[in-house]
Design a binder for this molecule. Structure first.
Ligand SMILES: Nc1ncnc2c1ncn2[C@@H]1O[C@H](COP(=O)(O)OP(=O)(O)OP(=O)(O)O)[C@@H](O)[C@H]1O
Length: 463
């Protein structure tokens, strides 16, 4: 059952609760079972011991099950109460559920029913605890954390912690949306450079002609329009970390200049004759397979070897689907904060369904899906009906659900569908050549990159 749960059984007949305790212990691992004879005894025990689930008989002398439940809810609101009731008093048990009991069981208790109900309560508590933890993370601000409990993501976290202390370059490879940017931020955060700048550059987003001056700075008069000296990002990141994102897409000239920095630790602003020593830790990342680019002659082998001193591979989401429920809850909490919605949950079937999907756009695509699900669920819980709402292609929402969502959300949904299909066709037609795609579409290279990113389209898939 995962995390250990403590259950307290309360009845006025000691033999009966002893029997129940034996049943529970025989079937459910990770369960600690305590017993109390009557309500007063139970409250006394609760004073000193945290109990997750309380199973109480309804009819007891002195303090009945309902009174006990009320008192427990008042003092320990997180404890789930299950009511045990004889056949003649089901009405009362139903009433108890209306007043906040988690569930009820009828006597004589069928063992399967008992296991199912206790398991359900334990799962529910775990979910609540998990949500609480995620809320704290979300409220904790912008600290980058690569969430996930799969062996693959744990390995990534361990590698990051192990390499963060050194000054060697780090190369992070992985498909689009797998968390490379987040991993780069973590490398910085765990390093001794934490108090110094972290600067990230999306290399292909800056036109080739400007990238050199952007990174290394320039002197006044270095080119038309350079009317004053300008520091580059290497300078800004001095003593800190410079994250070169999409390094696989930089030109041969820029590859040479970055190699020179890695070899000599110096930069030379455009138009200057002097070099400047800088202490910058490079974290490079790419969604392209760099050794293939090297084999094809499109990436300098010597730069690749320099960068590849420490390599981190970000696993695609489809290879660690066990992380999906946790990530889904995390993004749900984040979206609720963004949209100022108090409470909303995802039904277990939806989580199971999300685990079966391929996620070509990886974690970013999952995040976008959760956002859409929240929008299209109104303020209701996310169910399979919500999934159908966002997944039925080409149909107006009203035809799918008989309901209308907010105009803006509906319009965005249709517009996203169009953009996705357009960008995918464009990239397929140009074999992922962003410059060519930019020429045909009239969109800037940056706009194409950004659209792809937002819609969870992995541009490298088309190359
Ligand atoms: N393990 C994770 N835990 C929490 N959030 C994650 C995780 N992985 C990714 N994310 C989130 O998913 C989104 C995409 O991640 P990120 O930008 O780091 O991916 P990327 O690999 O750099 O993508 P690209 O190659 O397209 O730039 C971000 O909002 C990021 O915070």
């Amino acid at each position: 059952m995962g995390k250990s749960m403590r259950v307290l059984l309360v009845d006025d007949q000691l033999d009966f609760i002893k029997g129940l305790a034996r049943l529970l212990l025989a079937e459910l691992e990770d369960l600690e079972v305590l017993t109390a004879v009557g309500g007063k005894d139970a409250l006394h025990l609760l004073d000193t011991t945290e109990v997750h689930i309380l199973l109480t008989d309804l009819q007891m002398p002195e303090m009945n099950g309902l009174q006990l439940m009320e008192e427990v809810h008042r003092r320990y609101p997180a404890t789930k109460v299950i009511i045990l009731t004889g056949f003649g008093t089901i009405e009362k048990a139903v009433q108890a559920v209306r007043h906040g009991a988690f569930d009820f069981l009828t006597k004589p208790v069928a063992s399967e029913q008992l296991y199912r109900t206790v398991r359900k309560a334990a799962d529910f508590i775990r979910l609540e605890l998990e949500n609480q933890r995620l809320r704290q993370i979300v409220a904790g601000g912008d600290k980058p954390i690569l969430l996930g409990e799969s062996a693959a993501i744990r390995q990534v976290r361990q590698s990051i912690e192990a390499v963060a202390g050194s000054d060697y370059p780090v190369l992070i490879q992985g498909e689009s949306g797998t968390g490379k940017e987040l991993a780069a931020q973590m490398v910085h955060r765990y390093s001794n450079r934490i108090k110094k700048p972290y600067v990230a550059v999306n290399c292909p987003a800056i036109p080739d002609a400007l990238l050199e001056s952007e990174l290394f700075g320039h002197c006044r008069g270095a080119f038309t329009g350079a009317d004053r000296d300008k520091d580059g990002l290497f300078f800004t990141a001095n003593n800190g970390t410079l994250h070169l994102d999409e390094i696989g897409d930089i030109s041969a000239t820029m590859q040479t200049k970055i190699l020179r920095f890695l070899q000599e630790g110096e930069i030379r602003p455009v138009g200057s004759t002097k070099t400047i020593a800088t202490d910058v830790r490079i974290v490079a990342s790419t969604n392209r397979i760099l050794d293939t680019l090297v084999e094809q002659g499109n990436f300098r082998a010597d730069l690749f070897y320099r960068l590849n001193v420490i390599a981190i591979h970000m696993p695609p989401l489809r290879e660690r689907s066990e992380d999906i429920p946790l990530l889904a809850h995390f993004f749900l909490e984040k979206t609720l904060v963004e949209m100022k919605i108090a409470e909303m949950t995802i039904e277990p079937e939806v989580l199971s369904y999300l685990c079966t999907k391929d996620w070509p756009g990886n974690v970013r695509e999952l995040q976008n899906t959760i956002r859409r699900l929240v929008v299209f669920s109104g303020h209701e819980n996310i169910t399979m009906a919500s999934v159908q709402r966002i997944e039925t292609p080409g149909q107006p929402m009203s035809a799918v659900t008989g309901e209308l969502g907010p105009y803006k959300s509906m319009k965005n949904l249709v517009s996203d569908k169009f953009s996705r299909s357009y960008i995918e066709q464009l990239l397929a037609a140009t074999s992922g050549n962003v410059s060519e795609a930019s020429r045909i579409s009239g969109l800037s290279r940056v706009a194409i990159q950004k659209l792809g990113q937002r819609l969870g389209i992995d541009l490298s898939r088309f190359r």
